[in-house]
Design a protein around this ligand. Sequence first.
Ligand SMILES: Cc1cc2nc3c(=O)[nH]c(=O)nc-3n(C[C@H](O)[C@H](O)[C@H](O)COP(=O)(O)OP(=O)(O)OC[C@H]3O[C@@H](n4cnc5c(N)ncnc54)[C@H](O)[C@@H]3O)c2cc1C
Length: 423
Amino acid sequence: MNPLDDGKFDNSISIIGGGIAGLTAALCLSLTAKNKHPKQQLNIQIFEATKRPTEEGAGLQLSPNVTHILRKLNLLDDLIAKAGQPDNIIMADGKTGRQIADIPLGAYATKRYGAPYLVVHRRDLHAILLDAVNKRSNIKVNFNYELIGINQFADHAELIFENHGQQKYINAQLYIAADGVWSPTKQALNLKNLNKPQFSQHIAWRTLLDADKFANKYKTTTHVWLGSQAHIIVYPISQGRKLNFVAFTEGGFKQKSWAQPADVEDLKTHLSDWHPDVQNLVSQAKDLKIWPLCAGEPEYQQAISNFLYVGDAAHPTLPYQAQGAAMAIEDAACLANLLYSQNDDWLTWPAEKLANNLRMFEASRDARVTKTQKTAQQNAKIFHLSPPISWARDVYLKFISKFLRQRLLSRLDWLYAKRYDNF
Ligand SMILES: Cc1cc2nc3c(=O)[nH]c(=O)nc-3n(C[C@H](O)[C@H](O)[C@H](O)COP(=O)(O)OP(=O)(O)OC[C@H]3O[C@@H](n4cnc5c(N)ncnc54)[C@H](O)[C@@H]3O)c2cc1C
C-alpha cells in the first residue's frame, strides 16, 4: 500500500511544489546523502498540485553558475542534447534595428567559466529533472496533491493536502516550500506581516515560434531589441527548431495567475512602430500568453522552525537577469552542501540544531539573491530607457562592445563564475 493512502505519513523531507526548485532540491539532497551518508535513511516526498507534469513555461537561459550544478547531477549532457548554445547576444535598437552591443557567449563563455551558457525549453529541463528524480528510489513525486493548509501545534507542524477530494495530513522532519512566486505555503501561515510579492507593472508576452519560418536567421544568436518601456528577446531552443519569443512591456494588467492567453493584435498595437524584423516575428505568433511579472524582497518566513523556502517562494525576481530558475537551482545545491557538510547525520539533529542550520542557509543566500534581484531591477530600467537618455546608453554600449567586448560578459563574473557544485 502507498503509505500516503491512509491519509497520514511521516517522512524525512516533504517538498511542496514539483517545479524547478522542488525537483532540484530533492535531487541534490538525495545525491549528497548517497555520497556522504550512505547509511542515512532518507525519504523525500514531493507534493505537486498539478495532476501531471505541466507544459507551462517557455524558454529559460541557464548560465554557467547553474550548468556546473547540472553537470554534478549528471544531467548536463542530456540537457545539451535538447538545448541551444548561442554564440552571442546581439542588442539592437527596437525601431531602427541598428546594432548596439554584441556580447560574447558560446565557446568563449564555456572557456571562461568552465561550463556552457545554455538556452532551453523549461519543459525539457523539467522533464530531465523529473526523469532523474523518478530513477532515485528515495524520492517520490506525488501529483495532484495541493497544499490547502498547515496545522500548527506546540512542537510541530503538519501539512494538509487535498488529493482527489480527500484531505491528507503530512508530517516531516524538514519541510521545503518550493511552491513558486505566490507560495500557498506562506499564505497558509496567515501571517499579518507577510511581505507579499508585488506586481511590477511589467508584463511578459511569451510564445514559441517555428525557427524554419525565419530562414535560420535566429539559429545561433540571442537577439534583444530595446525600446521605450519595452524590450524583446528571441533565442533558439529545442536544438534550434523553436524560437523563444518574449516581449516585455510596462503597465496595465492585474491578473495574478501565470500564462493567460493573449491577443496577438494587442501586441502588434504595442509594437506597431518597431523594426520590420520585430513585426515579422510577432506576425508569426500563435498561442501567445501573458505573464504578469512579480517581484519582492527575499523572505524566508521563519514562523515554523523546520520550514525552509527555496526558489521563487523565497525570492521572486524579475526575469531581466535571467536568474530565477538559476537561483532556485543554486538554493538546492547550497542546501545539500550545508546539511551534509557536517560529520553527523542531520536526521538525528535536535530541532534547535536543524533550525539553526536552516537559518544559516538563509543568511548565506541573502546577499547573493538580493544582488541578483537588484541587478534585474537595474536592467529593467536600463533596457527600457527612452530618448534622449537611451542615446547615451547606446553610445556607451557601442563603445564597450567595440573596444572592450569581453567586459560585457566579465562584468557578470560575480554571478556566472561562482561555483556551487561542491555538494
Ligand atoms: C518571462 C519569464 C522569463 C524567465 N526567464 C528565465 C531565464 O531565462 N532564466 C532563469 O533562470 N529563470 C527565468 N525565469 C524565472 C523562472 O521561470 C522561475 O524563477 C523558476 O521557474 C522558479 O522555479 P520554482 O520551482 O521556484 O517555481 P515554479 O516553477 O513556479 O514551481 C512551483 C511549483 O509549485 C507548485 N505549487 C503551487 N502551489 C502549490 C500547492 N498549493 N500545493 C502543491 N504544489 C503547488 C506549482 O504547480 C509548481 O509546479 C523567467 C520567468 C519569467 C516569468
